[in-house]
Design a protein around this ligand. Structure first.
Ligand code: NIG
Ligand code: FE
Length: 427
């Protein structure tokens, strides 16, 4: 579905709209606690008026201001209209699948065993380093296209498979170009601390040399280029320790990058605590986070990004404790974690299904988590993304559904008819 090349448009002919902005809501921002269920639904003969890439009017079509007479019109053919989704945790810059590892896991091998033998992230790194630029660009474009076709207009995109200055920057460049070509809004995150690369393994001195490279060269260069706004660390046994995470986090902050952490995914790694200590924007995964970790995140204002796609795909039996987090007032968001190892899942609706069936979130909570709360987890300006309100960016998902509850209900297909954006929506 289109990116409309005009600055003034009317989106019309739909009967139900989800705004993710409750009408009693003065201040824009994330939906917390019980308010996660108040996703602001409207019914009737509705329309949205857009000027210069922003929403200026939404409501009944008869109330549309006269200035929209003669504007380009987009006919939703009676479908459901919602804000376009915000996918706040993805790894889209990879060139090939890891289907052999999937088959090994089906036979009983675990993700960590495969990684311990040099597979996993390092396997993707090997393939990526050998791939020419156009192959990496085309693969990234294909992956972002998949997300967009499933309703996503804003995607956080991590590097983390290059694991060298050259290849991390190559990934970030492909992300920027692919998102531009697709008219998506991307938030770049440098994940050079994803795994210790092969050539730095074998001694403490080599490990130290890689951390030095990350802190002194890769992160400063990623920040300077403007292609990354954030840095991420995989804080986990077999990846990086809490102490190393602290060091990388401080180096990132020193060059103006915000922090996010892969935390407590496979064990109680101390990830949530260090994310809070670093005042990270978000701590992601959190399957093993205890009450103390949750409280620390709340106090630090760090959002909890839950990724049930990877829990499902790796066959873990421990799901993130979304209920305690929501009841405790944390900003809870959801994302696909789209990547070739732990979550080759490009469909947010399926993630919302897992949130409802496994994390015991309501469909409304899942929807808030994939829109306005995800925008907050990325530190985007409140009221601009993941919501339909006056002044918000014009980015809508159109669904072949009658009701938003059906998003998490249909599994395995794609009920998103497309994403609509219009000229100027990202500026
Ligand atoms: O979010 N946990 C670390 N990173 C990814 C997996 C990356 C991969 O296996 O390629 C994740 O699950
Ligand atoms: Fe991830």
């Amino acid at each position: 579905m289109p990116h409309i090349k005009t600055q003034t448009i009317v989106v019309e002919n739909f009967k139900r709209l989800v705004s993710c902005a409750p009408d009693d809501d003065g201040e824009p921002g994330p939906l917390l606690g019980k308010r996660m269920r108040e996703i602001g639904c409207y019914e009737g003969d509705l329309a949205i008026g857009i000027r210069k890439g922003r929403v200026h009017f939404f409501g009944y079509r008869v109330d549309l201001p006269p200035e929209y007479q003669g504007a380009t019109r987009f006919d939703c053919q009676g479908r459901l209209v919602t804000p376009a989704l915000v996918d706040c945790h993805t790894h889209p810059a990879f060139v090939a699948s890891r289907v052999e590892e999937f088959l090994q896991r089906v036979q009983g091998a675990t993700y960590e065993e495969i990684a311990g033998k040099g597979g996993g992230i390092l396997q993707t790194t090997r393939m990526l380093r050998q791939s020419p630029n156009d192959a990496l660009f085309n693969a990234t474009l294909r992956n972002l296209t998949l997300l967009r076709n499933h309703g996503v207009a804003v995607a956080e995109c991590k590097s983390g498979y290059g694991l060298s200055l050259e290849h991390e920057l190559r990934q970030l460049r492909c992300i920027v170009s692919a998102a531009a070509q697709l008219e998506m809004h991307s938030v770049g995150t440098c994940l050079a601390a994803h795994s210790l690369p092969e050539e730095y393994r074998g001694s403490a001195a080599r490990r130290e040399a890689y951390l030095h490279l990350v802190c002194e060269q890769i992160l400063p260069e990623a920040a300077r280029s403007g292609m990354a706004k954030r840095a991420d660390v995989f804080c986990e046994r077999g990846a990086f320790t809490v102490e190393e995470t602290r060091r990388v986090g401080n180096a990132a902050k020193a060059v103006g990058l915000e922090m996010t952490i892969h935390a407590d995914q496979m064990s109680a790694s101390g990830g949530a605590m260090i994310a809070a200590e670093l005042k990270a924007r978000s701590a992601d995964h959190l399957e093993y986070t205890d009450l103390m970790g949750m409280k620390a995140l709340k106090d630090a204002g760090t959002a909890a990004v839950l990724l049930p796609g990877s829990t499902y795909y790796l066959g873990q039996d421990k799901w993130a404790d979304a209920r305690t987090m929501i009841n405790g007032g944390l900003c809870v968001a959801l994302a696909t974690d789209f990547n070739p190892g732990s979550s080759p899942i490009c469909n947010p609706a399926f993630i919302m299904h897992l949130a409802v069936t496994k994390l015991r979130m309501s469909p409304e909570e899942a929807f808030s988590a994939f829109t306005v709360n995800a925008a907050h987890a990325l530190g985007l300006t409140p009221g601009e993304w993941g919501c339909i309100r006056e002044g918000a960016r014009a980015a809508f998902a159109i669904w072949d559904l009658r009701h938003e509850r059906e998003i998490a209900y249909y599994v395995g297909g794609n009920m998103c008819a497309g994403v609509v954006t219009c000229e100027g929506w990202r500026e």
